[in-house]
Design a protein around this ligand. Structure first.
Ligand code: P6P
Length: 336
């Protein structure tokens, strides 16, 4: 009955069936989807847009910003700050929390990575937008305080990402499972194409950047060594490997066919225990993966239970097929 429903139609249908889904949250998700349509229209022009390449600036992470990092950030901020739905925003590309004019304040905090995987943009590999929705403690009555931004992953009201690949697909959870909506360019709408996504509990496919192996904790090195021993090794399986260097693409693949994605603890810089950011990469992806029956850990603790101390806090990430993530956690537990 829901097949072919457009995004907003589906969310309103969910509300009619009794799901606790405030109208403002439905509107917020719809507005984010509109922003992502503008982003995909910009990104898909590639060289024609004349904005590929680096911007000559660095973000708070100390990473070289692509021109499209800044452009897509400005699209998201510009659209959402006058939506009347957010009290404040946090972006990978902006050092400090972004406030909105008092007249435009809404109930929610929106955290986002406007163009995840942007190091791939110049070589035409899939990128995406990741977003996470929290509530502001004072709602629209006053500017949010830092504590409104630094909330644990378990406090999320919604999380999603849009992968700009061969097709543009919005993946969404509001805590009632995971659904996928494919952009139909003929009508300019995200249309429901997969309802109730479920990650296979077992896998033979791992995703990790092997060039960092010497920097990992010993148990992570041992787990990958054992994967590479294949069916004759202790894990008794012939594994395959993938690494796209774009988290949205890796997580989308895992949602569709299972797998395990790891960006583990890295000894290079103690102030950066992992590469990925908690608030707008690890937490939203954890909400989605857990809602699809998967598991998300730092290899030591559940990501969504982590205390938050900084807007751009980094965290080690191990996520995907439940039984494989459990194995990695067990390797680390044994080493303690
Ligand atoms: P590396 C993209 O920059 C990103 O944040 C994730 O999307 C991706 O999984 C990871 O970094 C890739 O990192 O070190 O392989 O370039």
């Amino acid at each position: 009955m829901t097949a072919g429903m457009k995004l907003k139609q589906f969310l309103l249908h969910e509300k009619r069936t009794g799901v606790d889904l405030p109208y403002d949250l439905i509107e917020l998700i719809h507005e984010v989807s509109i922003t992502c349509k503008e982003i995909t229209a910009t990104v898909s022009r590639g060289e024609l847009s004349g904005v590929l390449g680096v911007a000559g600036t660095e973000n708070v992470q100390g990473e070289t910003q692509k021109k499209l990092d800044i452009i897509t950030n400005d699209i998201m901020v510009g659209h959402m700050r006058v939506s009347g739905l957010v009290a404040g925003m946090g972006s990978e590309e902006v050092d400090d929390p972004i406030m909105v004019p008092a007249m435009e304040r809404g109930e929610y905090i929106l955290m986002f990575d406007p163009l995840d995987g942007s190091s791939n943009i110049d070589v035409n590999i899939s990128v995406g937008t990741i977003f996470s929705v929290l509530t502001a403690s004072k709602g629209c009555k006053a500017d949010p305080e830092m504590k409104d931004f630094l909330q644990k992953g378990t406090r999320q009201k919604a999380a999603g990402f849009v992968v700009y690949g061969p097709s543009t697909v919005l993946v969404l959870t509001t805590g009632q499972g995971v659904n996928m909506f494919t952009l139909d360019n003929r009508i300019g709408e995200f249309v429901l194409t997969k309802q109730g996504v479920s990650i296979p509990t077992d896998t033979k496919e791992y995703a990790i950047n092997m060039s960092n192996q010497r920097f990992w904790e010993k148990p992570m090195q041992e787990y990958i060594d054992d994967c590479q021993l294949g069916e004759k090794g202790p894990l008794g399986k012939r594994y395959n490997m993938r690494w796209v260097a774009s988290m949205v693409a890796e997580v989308f693949r895992i949602l569709v066919r299972g797998g395990i994605f790891m960006y583990p603890y890295d000894s290079r810089d103690p102030s950066k225990p992992g590469k990925l950011r908690l608030m707008y990469e690890a937490n939203p992806m954890s909400f989605i993966v857990e809602q699809a029956g998967g598991m998300c850990s730092t290899a030591h603790e559940r990501i969504m239970d982590m205390a938050v101390t900084d807007l751009h806090q980094r965290v080690p990430v191990v996520l995907g097929s439940r039984n494989e993530v459990i194995k990695v956690v067990e390797y680390h537990a044994r080493a303690k």
